[in-house]
Design a protein around this ligand. Structure first.
Ligand code: ADP
Length: 293
């Protein structure tokens, strides 16, 4: 890769240690970015690359990883820096050799996620906007969770869906839900530091068996929103949920609110990937309206 030298020079500068990689390997690559492992034989760095104009997305990821790392609860890659090399933006973070999820790490992940959620604040939101997939995610501070969920989450995605051509039933019933969903929020949530995009693809196990989460879209919100997302595409396993609940029990009504919180991600999938998600979004809205009665 053309700009490796520039990235290596930046790593040396920020880490304060000379870094001259003699090997680089393309690794997996996620949903959004291309990824690279750089090594000098002693130190390994994980790099994600994208177009230069997306630097802000990596800056927000760096802030999110740093905020989660600061809680010293669940392992995340420690971020080093972001930058621009040629036409590409990049983020550099600790490389963690990842294996497949192991049952012992699933229970630890539940307990440690509950500990991360104990990092709480006064208001909902975050000090900056970020992205969810490649969609902008707004995080304007709000003292009310209901107001936050209405304007920064559901309302934002419903507006985007309208602009993407889904103006019919989805918009009408979605509007109704925006008015009525507060009936489901009767548990007085605290603003907890959330990962924000905690599907199974962003959770793995390090070689020493410790759980690792990565690729966040952090904000301070109802911790149930993180848990709901773990259940959206398959679930993390019974031991994860029992360990989480043992550490910090959930309030009644989570089972219904889970659909409300996951609707945000399904609307985001509709906006990113198209009409294949329309039926699911509509049926989630109907289920919630029926529950409210
Ligand atoms: P994207 O932002 O493109 O979705 P991810 O952050 O999800 O990319 O990373 C892509 C893949 O790279 C992950 O699924 C994971 O297997 C691996 N990965 C992510 N972070 C690290 C890391 N710090 N060290 C080693 N591998 C990583």
């Amino acid at each position: 890769m053309k700009h490796l030298k520039q990235i290596a020079a930046r790593i040396s500068e920020v880490s304060g240690k000379p870094f001259e990689p003699h090997s680089n390997r393309s690794v997996g690559g996620g949903c959004i970015n291309s990824a690279l492992l750089l090594s000098d034989g002693t130190t390994r760095w994980f790099i994600k690359l994208n177009r230069a104009e997306l630097l802000d997305m990596f800056d927000a990821e760096l802030d999110g990883l740093a905020a989660m790392a600061e809680t010293e609860s669940i392992r995340v890659p420690i971020p080093l820096c972001t930058g621009i090399a040629g036409e590409q933006s990049f983020i550099v973070m600790e490389y963690i050799a990842l294996g497949s999820q192991r049952s012992s790490s699933v229970a630890a992940a539940g307990e440690q996620l509950a500990a991360m959620h104990q990092a709480t604040a006064e208001r909902f939101g975050w000090h900056r906007d970020n992205t969810i997939g490649s969609t902008p995610q707004r995080n304007a501070w709000q003292s009310s969770w209901i107001a936050f969920w209405r304007s920064e989450r559901l309302g934002f995605q419903l507006d985007l869906a309208r602009r993407n051509g889904y103006g019919g039933q989805l918009a009408r019933r979605g509007e109704r839900l925006l008015q009525e969903f507060p009936a489901l929020i009767d548990h007085d949530p605290t603003p907890s530091l959330l990962h924000g995009d905690l599907w199974g693809g962003n959770f793995s196990t390090a070689e020493d068996g410790s759980p690792v989460i990565f690729d966040p879209a952090c904000y301070l919100g109802d911790r149930e929103a993180d848990l709901a997302m773990t259940e959206l595409f398959g679930g993390f396993g019974a031991d994860f949920y029992s360990a989480y609940r043992a550490a910090w029990p959930l309030a009644q009504g989570y089972g219904t609110r889970k659909t409300l919180y996951n609707l945000y991600h399904i609307l985001n999938h509709l906006n990113l990937f198209g009409s294949g998600y329309l039926g699911q979004a509509e049926s989630m809205i109907e289920r919630l309206l029926a529950e409210i009665g």
